[in-house]
Ligand binder design. Sequence first.
Ligand SMILES: [Zn+2]
Length: 455
Amino acid sequence: MTDLLIRNAALVATVDAERRELRGGWVAITDGLISGVGSSLDPEPVADRLIDADGCLVTPGLVNTHHHLFQNLTRAYSPMTSAPLFGWLQSLYPLWTAAIDEEAEYLAAWVGLAELAMSGCTTSSDHHYLHPVRAGDLLGAEVRAAADLGMRFHPTYASMSLGESKGGLPPDDAVRDEDDILAESQRAVEHHHDPSHGSMLQVALAPCSPFTVSTDLMIRSAELAERLDVRLHTHLAENAQDDEFAIATFGMRPVDYFEHCGWMSSRAWGAHVVMPDPGEIARLGAAGVGVAHCPSSNMILASGIAPVVALRRAGCPVGLGCDGSSSADSASLWQEARLSMLQGKLTSGAGAMDARTVLEISTRGGAGCLGREGELGELSVGAVGDVAVWKLDGPIFAGVLDDLIEGWLRTGPHAAWHTIVGGTAVVESGLLVAPDLDEKLAAHAAAARRFQPAV
Ligand SMILES: [Zn+2]
């Protein structure tokens, strides 16, 4: 017996290997996995539960490949909104380091993942690089939040080891000893990582950036990831300051440094990747390095526009990232998708980035970054039962008759009507299923006040 049948959709965009688009389509989910997909011409299975998707576009759940969930505790914090990357970070590091604890991390993750779910996201990564010794088990706190909401989660044990006294960017009390970092990374994998098909939680290792960790930690993290068979993530070639730092400190550009540290492999995905030159793009593509494209953050910090069209053409899996909510500051993957389309058209030509391409980036591309091709980001038998149902009506959608996928991204803003993770609704009829949103928001506001002394 099928557990859940989503039926009668205006269109099911499967984003499967054939990119099938099924009018009047349906999606069946059994034991957390997709057990059938069809059009109005195909016989539907009998199911325990039904969702009527009349008038709706049904897509795979969107995949978020880069985030710093804790940053929603300093969202749009006015004293910090006008500096480029390095100044912005140096202003915020002390506030974050002083106030972060397990309770704040849990609330930030719960609220941030709820926000993502409401934008159709079903899987999110998180790059949590702040681990002051006194703060407790912050990765464990965000793992609890994801489980409480029912979101599929890819946290990373991220790290900073290069304090100001050693030439790094963060203050010394924000960084950790490198042997501790590697031991904690291994512990996080052993406690939380589930490599099985359909896994709800996978852990990656994630030294933060060239300007916050040593070369030795980059190399040892890559070796540990290989040994534990988990993925690797870091910030890569984010802006001109990042380029200048790498050249001045290591005598090479960020992509050369990435390769020097043993990271040029399909096990790794980098965040931002705004600055690679054509030769570097070709090398990243040949190695199959994934790219988390973060258009909002790259514009707010004036970092630049990532060469997404060229990176995809070179062979990089490219996914979307909302990035941290102190630099983005929204965490709507639909919005990142729309910005990705607009940036792609502006930089590469009107025909170079259409809504279907961006839907693919938002789903299959994200799965590629997380090393879960064929398992996430598509509606095909055997893939996870992660589905976004988008209601396409009201004044914003009036007049769209011909192409519902183009209409979905060119009108808006849109939020998900239903967000289903592994066959279970996290968002239903536009509302979060978890019953305690108001209480969580009040507690989050109290925690945020501890982070923002000027308020
Ligand atoms: Zn980031």
